[in-house]
Design a protein around this ligand. Structure first.
Ligand SMILES: Nc1nc2c(ncn2[C@@H]2O[C@H](COP(=O)(O)OP(=O)(O)OP(=O)(O)O)[C@@H](O)[C@H]2O)c(=O)[nH]1
Ligand SMILES: [Mg+2]
Length: 430
């Protein structure tokens, strides 16, 4: 199955905690602090892999996590950095924040490799916290938290040319005739449900890529008949071949059909409607009614509007070469740039910190210490210089306002008891 959408969860690595340690040397009673820094957490990286053309792997595995940084060690040893995780995606994958649907990055054009989520920085070891008044800091900085995101990956085919039209008009037949692609062809509506890509080799040209888009119907721009799913694939094509059943084999009026489809394109995205278009009036081998010349009618209606009309038979091949050379010429006049979607969502700025901002307060009977833990404390301690008077006042205010003091009292804390938060221990006084 052609998987072109997948929802996944990614998380970067947490930074390793800084270490609290003191030098121990012979004949030196109290050595200075020598706790090393924690290592950096691994990043979540996206990379284009030319060999991939579906998102199927992401349907099987949905969680991706980079490695946490390792904690620092004594003797100023820095912790090892956590391993990055590299997600390989096909070119043309648009990465969106799952809930808002905002674009984070479009892996096409120059975007070959990007760091989606950075790992947390490692915390500084206690060696950094020695000051003239505090020679033996028992505090080391915790590593920065990990970040997480829910992503929607969407593969939007990158084709130069899109074949657009009602169901059953011969889009797949044309693609199969002129390219290496082998799409399913059948005489019923919605035979094609996922786009097929084919490479068109034309003598004396660079060639181009053409996509056979599933049939569109009236109301497609409002989602009728999976319209949105299908229209999405046209967004990146540069030239549109609008195929119509000129023989009216289903008793329809080709001119009205062309207007109906163009109306849907315009309603979905006005930009698409403005792209250069060629009309391929198909199934001319099946025109028996010489009285009503449908080709002349289509030409009379659309050529004055600057839309060229090519009568073809995708079955016999009549007129197909002329059509393709014209399309190639239009592409050459357009230049090479691809539509790349702009970034709308910035993980670094949004609140995507892993884990809720919770903390826990407990009593550790073995150590006879009260223990406070949680990412909020982590963060707070990391930013506060407790050696300064201001910093310490801020810290006390935080303990009070966050409700931590109340919790400690509920647990029965008394003056002089020891409280532990990460590397930091202090005595409690009301
Ligand atoms: N006589 C004739 N029949 C054609 C021609 N092109 C396609 N057909 C027939 O039309 C029917 C539909 O062709 P497809 O190529 O599957 O049409 P499609 O536009 O891809 O249809 P969907 O995928 O359902 O949107 C098949 O029975 C084809 O054999 C043509 O040039 N002449
Ligand atoms: Mg088809």
């Amino acid at each position: 199955m052609f998987a072109d959408r997948a929802k996944i969860y990614v998380k970067s690595g947490k930074g390793g905690d800084g270490c609290v340690s003191f030098r121990r040397e012979k004949y030196v009673p109290a050595g200075g602090p020598d706790g090393g820094d924690g290592g950096k957490g691994g990043d979540v990286i996206l990379e284009v892999d030319e060999g991939l053309n579906t998102l199927i792997d992401f349907r099987n595995t949905r969680k991706y996590k980079a490695e946490d940084g390792y904690p620092g060690d004594k003797k100023n040893c820095r912790g090892k950095d956590g391993r990055d995780i590299v997600l390989k995606v096909p070119q043309g994958t648009v990465v969106k924040e799952a809930e808002s649907g905002q674009v984070i990055v479009d892996m096409s054009g120059d975007n070959r490799r990007i760091v989606l989520l950075k790992g947390g920085r490692g915390g500084s070891g206690n060696q950094h916290y020695a000051t003239s008044t505090m020679q033996a800091p028992k505090y080391a900085q915790p590593g920065r938290p990990a970040k997480e995101l829910n992503l929607m990956l969407e593969l939007k085919v990158i084709a130069d040319v899109g074949l657009v039209g009602l169901p059953n008009v011969g889009k797949s037949t044309l693609l199969a005739r002129v390219s290496n692609a082998k799409p399913k062809i059948a005489n019923y509506h919605f035979t094609t449900l996922n786009p097929n890509l084919g490479v068109i080799d034309l003598d004396g040209t660079k060639g181009f890529v053409m996509a056979d888009i599933p049939g569109l119907i009236e109301g497609a721009s409002e989602g009728v008949g999976l319209g949105h799913e299908f229209l999405r694939h046209i967004e990146r094509t540069k030239v549109i071949i609008h195929i119509v059943d000129a023989a009216g084999t289903e008793g329809r009026d080709p001119v009205a059909d062309i207007y109906a489809i163009n109306k849907e394109l315009d309603a979905y995205n006005a930009d698409i409607a403005k792209r250069p278009q060629v009309i391929a009036a198909n199934k001319i081998d099946a025109i028996y009614d010489k009285e009503n010349d449908s080709i002349a009618a289509i030409k009379a209606e659309f050529e004055p509007k600057g839309i060229p009309v090519y009568p073809i038979s995708a079955v016999s091949g009549a007129g197909v070469r002329e059509l393709l050379y014209r399309v190639n010429e239009m592409l050459e006049n357009l230049g090479q740039e691809v539509t790349v979607f702009e970034r709308e969502y910035f993980p670094e700025q949004a609140g995507v910190q892993a884990e809720a901002e919770a903390y826990t307060v407990s009593y550790d009977a073995d150590a006879d210490e009260y223990v406070i833990a949680g990412p909020k404390i982590d963060k707070m301690l990391g930013y506060t210089n407790l050696d300064s008077e201001k910093g310490f006042a801020f810290f006390q205010k935080f303990l009070k306002e966050s409700g931590i003091l109340t919790k400690l009292e509920e647990l029965g804390i008394e003056d002089g008891d020891t409280v532990r938060m990460y590397g930091l221990t202090f005595d409690y006084y009301k």
